[in-house]
Design a protein around this ligand. Sequence first.
Ligand SMILES: NC(=O)c1ccc[n+]([C@@H]2O[C@H](COP(=O)([O-])OP(=O)(O)OC[C@H]3O[C@@H](n4cnc5c(N)ncnc54)[C@H](O)[C@@H]3O)[C@@H](O)[C@H]2O)c1
Length: 333
Amino acid sequence: MARDAGRARLASGRAYEDHSRMRFLITGAAGFIGSHLCRGLVAEGHDVVGVDDLSEGSLENLAASPEVRFERVDICDASSLGEVARGCQTILHHAARKSVQRSIEDPSAFDRVNVRGTLTVLEIAREVGASVVFASSSSIFGDQDRYPLTEDMEPRPRSPYAATKLAGEAYCRSWWESLGVPTISLRYFNVYGPGQDPSSPYAAVIPRFVMACLGGDRPVIYGDGLQARDFTYVDDIVEANLLASAMPDRARGRVLNAGAGRVPTTVADLLSTIASLTETSPDPVHRPAREGDIRRSEADISLARDLIGYAPKVAIEEGLRRTIAWFRERSAS
Ligand SMILES: NC(=O)c1ccc[n+]([C@@H]2O[C@H](COP(=O)([O-])OP(=O)(O)OC[C@H]3O[C@@H](n4cnc5c(N)ncnc54)[C@H](O)[C@@H]3O)[C@@H](O)[C@H]2O)c1
């Protein structure tokens, strides 16, 4: 563990900046990405406070990180959030409602947490003098005419969820421009990895496919299966957060794509790869395409590379191998 190392280093061994031990607040800490961030930051020697209202996340996700101080807090509760944020230099803001389909059914609930909640986080950051890394989403691009997607394209949100993330980005930018709170918004592109929840009908495609293949069930493909995604392994996202939290001057207030930056994978190809890695022959069920789903996502990550040094490392096959190994182990225990 790097706790006593004089200089903070990323998992890759690359130094990111000389702030050897910092205190981070992670919102959404008991969720999929939040819990990976907790582990990653503790391993880098930082102090971590995690908050979550446990509406989606679970304390089980934090079982491997006893060093994290966890507080059950709703991010919309400014006074409780303010109390736990005291002394933190950086907030990695990941708490959100995130199902595209549910956002169509109940947009107000998404507005409350994703927009109002982000505003609350920014206000607290201003109060305690922290910077903010905001978890945004590639869904704000909607369907575009050109690929790969660059940050300067006109956003075309196709769902209330995407609209709330766009509003969050705008708040982050304006908090830097007008109030001097350093912020960076990272637009994530279909993050996957160990610990992602496979259970709800709204679950992401990779855990659903892996569980179906391992359990001998029929995986469900929505639409024709030719929709393509830039699947990004969660460790690369942890690294993007570490790099962004150094808040290089040129990146402040900016929005940066954080995808894998490779040729995107279609959902049909994804299933074939998972089938081959699990040595199964699934017979998929086809259902109509879901409302709000975009056709293609493919990140141009050159801005993130130039401004924060982001360089994702885990290729899709390797990421799937690790993810499948985790699900296998979990089913065996
Ligand atoms: N997973 C992806 O592919 C992906 C892609 C783009 C963006 N994102 C963004 O990354 C972030 C993390 O996503 P995830 O996949 O880990 O989702 P997740 O649902 O596993 O984690 C979100 C966490 O936020 C918590 N939460 C929800 N409302 C809250 C509230 N009011 N107060 C406190 N906690 C609350 C939930 O309990 C959950 O633990 C989200 O902001 C999401 O929009 C994720």
